[in-house]
Write a protein of this length. Structure first.
Length: 194
């Protein structure tokens, strides 16, 4: 089972999946995290870089495919390394080869390794943030998305439950070992525990 994490603390979430507040014309298709501009965005779990591209609306996008479940996680509105700006318009490098200078399609990324920087690229962005989408098919522009915050919360709860079970099991083993060691300590003449 792979480990999962939110890309940033949940306190940085500024817009949740399904929100329909103005100026939106439809439900929000992702979850927005707004830490400081240019913050490195860590992978939410072990994955492989699937696509890097520019979209007029989403700006610079890095899409990863998770090892567990094969989910496509999109990170949009990214910072541009080539132009050293959070507001890149995609000019001069539509294939993403120079925007994400140290990240390549097909590259494996472990949980916590960076998949981009927080930016403000694309016409649908209203300030520096990472727009995170989850879907069962590739390309966050067209794929049917589901709630990344809820999914990650469920994965974290499950891994914490598994960890708690492992800790409890280990504690029971240690208690048995201590009891066994104490049981062995008896008086030689009367066989009473010491």
């Amino acid at each position: 089972m792979s480990r999962w994490q939110h890309p940033f603390p949940k306190s940085t979430i500024t817009d949740r999946f399904g929100d329909n507040e103005p100026p939106r014309k439809g439900p929000h298709r992702g979850c927005d995290y707004a830490p400081k501009a240019k913050s490195l965005i860590p992978a939410v779990t072990d994955s492989v870089v699937n696509k890097i591209f520019y979209s007029d609306c989403l700006g610079w996008v890095c899409e990863i495919k998770t090892v567990e479940h094969g989910i496509y996680a999109g990170f949009s509105h990214l910072y541009c390394n080539k132009h050293d700006t959070i507001d890149c318009d995609g000019t001069d490098h539509e294939d993403g080869s120079t925007c994400m200078s140290q990240l390549k399609v097909g590259q494996p990324v472990k949980i916590g390794e960076w998949v981009g920087r927080v930016g403000n690229s694309g016409t649908c962005s209203r300030g520096a943030h990472a727009h995170v989408t989850f879907s069962k098919s590739s390309d966050p522009r067209y794929a049917k998305t589901f709630d990344p915050e809820l999914f990650i919360d469920q994965k974290i709860a499950k891994q914490n439950k598994v960890t708690a079970k492992k800790v409890a099991k280990q504690a029971r083993v240690e208690v048995k070992q201590v009891a066994k060691a104490k049981k062995a300590e008896v008086c030689r003449c009367c066989k009473r525990p010491l």
